[in-house]
Every structure is written in C-alpha cells, then in structure tokens.
Design a protein around this ligand. Structure first.
Ligand SMILES: Nc1ncnc2c1ncn2[C@@H]1O[C@H](COP(=O)(O)OP(=O)(O)OP(=O)(O)O)[C@@H](O)[C@H]1O
Length: 341
C-alpha cells in the first residue's frame, strides 16, 4: 500500500541545510496500523508530509495507494490526495461551520450532490459516534469530539490511507484512549491503512501492528510492536519502551524491596505474547517447595499480544530456589535475577 525507497528530504536555506529525512526505506501493507515514534525534531512531520505530497523528496521514490507521489502533480496529485487523508493534533476544523458542515466540506469540494452529501454525512456522524451534535459548532465541542469531526471529515471521500499527525497529543489520557479505540474500529471495519506519528509509546502499544523508531531523520529500528517491546535494540527505543512498561519509580521500589527481602532471590520476569497468559506462578508454588511473593507487576496489551513485567521474590532451600529459576527459564519467559541473597 505504501512504499518508500531511499527517501531523503533536505531543507536548504541560504545559511545552511537540514537533512530532516535521511535514507528511509519502508513498506506498509494494506490494512496495517503503522506507527512512527520519535522525539521532537526527529523528522516525523517531514516524513508524513512527504506521504501526501505536501513536500517533495530531495531523493528517492514514494508510492502510496498505487500513486507514484514523487512524479505526479496538478490534478493527478489532487486526485491521489483524496485517497490519502489526514487528521491533525489541533483538528484544523472550520470554526464558522457546524459539525455537519465541516464533514460535508470535502464532499462539496468533490462536487458530490446535496442529496448524496447529506446521506454520507449522516453515515459518518454515526460511524464516529457524534449523533445529536450535528448542529454544534467546534467551539461547543470537547477535544475528543473535535477529533471525531476531524476523523469523519477525513473519511468523507473514502480514502485508502489515513495519516495521523500526533492526533491524540492535545487530548487527556481517557479521551486519547477513546479516539485510539475509534481508529482501531475504523481500521477493522473499513480495512483502512493507518500511518501515525507520535512521541507517545502508549499510542504505539495500544493500536499499532508495527512501529519504526525515528532519530535524526533515520529509522534506527523497526518491527512488530510486540517484538520491539520484547527486545528493544537502540538506546532511544529502550527509553520509549520504558515509558509504558517501567515507571520511573520502579527501580527505586525494587531497591527498597531488596532490603526488605534479604534472603532468597528477587527476580524480574518479562512475559511476551502467549507466555503472559500461562499460569506460571501457580506451577511454581505447586511444583517446588518454595515461597513466592509477588512484589510488583504490570501486563499490557498490544495489537500483537500481551506484554508485561513481574517482580517476584522466591524464598526457601537454595537448591529448590535454583531449580525453580531453571524451570522459569524453560517457560519462554525472560528471567533476570536482580540480586542473589
Ligand atoms: N520547512 C522547513 N524548513 C527548514 N527546516 C525544517 C522545515 N521543516 C522542518 N525542518 C527541520 O527538519 C527537522 C525535522 O523536523 P520535523 O518537524 O520533521 O520533526 P518532528 O519529528 O516532526 O518534530 P516535531 O514533533 O517537533 O514537529 C528539524 O530540524 C526541523 O527544524
């Protein structure tokens, strides 16, 4: 659905040049939700603007929904853009138009008849859950409702690709989750391909199938979300993964717990995919003569399966403790002994 080959974007000014996107290769399949994460200045906005032809690459080729974005212009590019829609952090709504009129706007531009327009607008209002708010103005809506209008408007012309530019960054956590749920719903119902850029790993964890991590214009890592969570390679990726798995205070808490449990072993278990659902702790207690205390843990859900960490304290005869650790290691669970007593 989307292919980028050796794409580079250099902004040239009289004084200097900035390479915002540097040799990016990417393939996104139809129906995928693909996330690009990076800190401010990594080049994410430049990359997403290249995807809908708002910027032209300095080098390389870009194909989106069967259109060679790099070689078309004029009417051909305008037609291609109907299939590549976008939603924004600050919604970009027309403030003097009602919800209904905002959603109808792209249909008017496409010269769709009034009867057809009204029918389509109704469908879209239902799809994004804005029934009853048709005649409200953007200023009368909450942030989440504004983004729902943005999404409905973006879907008006039945696009094949939806680009999301920090679409939830201006929203509170609960509203963020409801918008992310809506995007998954749309992806599943319409088979829409979604590309999103964000600086929040929570967004990636919750809805993306695959992710690319961007730093200084390059992709430093890409893969299935669960695989990236399991074994983040680059330092920046490890930092992003920690945003959602290990709260800042975890390490402090564990240090504190080590003092509280001077005997036995404190162990960090990392569960991925199916292993997260297995009743490991039950087996440990049942099959070994040991005491098991659960100290702290968190299991999160990604689109490819669950992921989590659990800190446990095992105490008892050291031979038995060691056998238990060996047993855990055979269970497709990553094991790290935090401290030997
Ligand atoms: N139109 C432009 N002209 C010159 N330099 C630009 C332009 N747009 C972006 N840049 C530069 O390109 C680099 C990447 O910026 P970009 O906005 O793509 O990153 P980003 O990851 O989206 O960050 P942010 O989330 O802060 O927008 C930055 O150094 C930025 O200053």
């Amino acid at each position: 659905m989307i292919t980028l080959s050796n794409v580079k974007k250099v902004y040239q000014s009289k004084k200097n040049s900035v390479t915002a996107v540097n040799n990016i290769n990417l393939e996104i399949k139809e129906g995928e939700i693909f996330g690009i994460i990076g800190y401010s200045g990594a080049g994410k906005s430049s990359l997403i603007r290249l995807l809908n032809g708002l910027e032209t690459p300095t080098e390389g080729k870009i194909s989106v929904a069967g259109h060679d974005i790099t070689s078309i212009n004029g009417k051909e590019l305008r037609d291609a853009r109907k299939e590549i829609s976008m939603i924004f952090q600050h919604f970009n709504l027309l403030w003097s138009r009602t919800v209904r009129e905002n959603i109808a706007f792209p249909l008017e531009i496409s010269k769709i008849s009034k009867i057809e327009r009204d029918k389509r607008v109704l469908e879209l209002i239902k799809l994004v859950g804005l029934e009853g708010r048709e005649d409200a103005y953007p200023s009368q809506l909450s942030g989440g409702q504004k983004q729902r209008v943005g999404i409905a408007r973006a879907l008006a012309n039945n696009p094949k690709v939806l680009l999301c530019d920090e679409a939830t960054s201006a929203l509170d956590p609960q509203t963020t989750d409801s918008i992310l749920d809506l995007l998954v719903d749309i992806n599943e119902r319409l088979g829409l391909t979604i590309v999103l850029i964000t600086h929040e790993m929570h967004v990636i964890r919750k809805i993306c199938h695959r992710v690319a991590v961007m730093e200084e214009g390059r992709f430093v890592e890409q893969g299935r979300v669960l695989d990236v969570f399991k074994k983040p390679q680059a330092t920046i990726t490890k930092r992003f993964v920690q945003q959602v798995t290990e709260p800042e205070e975890t390490k402090e808490t564990i240090q504190h717990l080590l003092h509280q449990y001077p005997n036995g072993r404190v162990i960090q278990l990392t569960f991925v995919g199916e292993s997260a659902e297995k009743p490991l702790i039950t087996s440990l207690i049942r099959d070994f003569k040991i005491d098991v205390n659960i100290l702290q843990g968190k299991i999160s859900q990604t689109q490819n399966g669950s992921y989590g960490t659990l800190f446990i304290h095992i105490d008892g005869d050291m031979n038995e403790v060691n056998s238990a650790v060996d047993y855990i290691k055979q269970q497709q669970v990553e094991v790290e002994v935090i401290e030997n007593a």
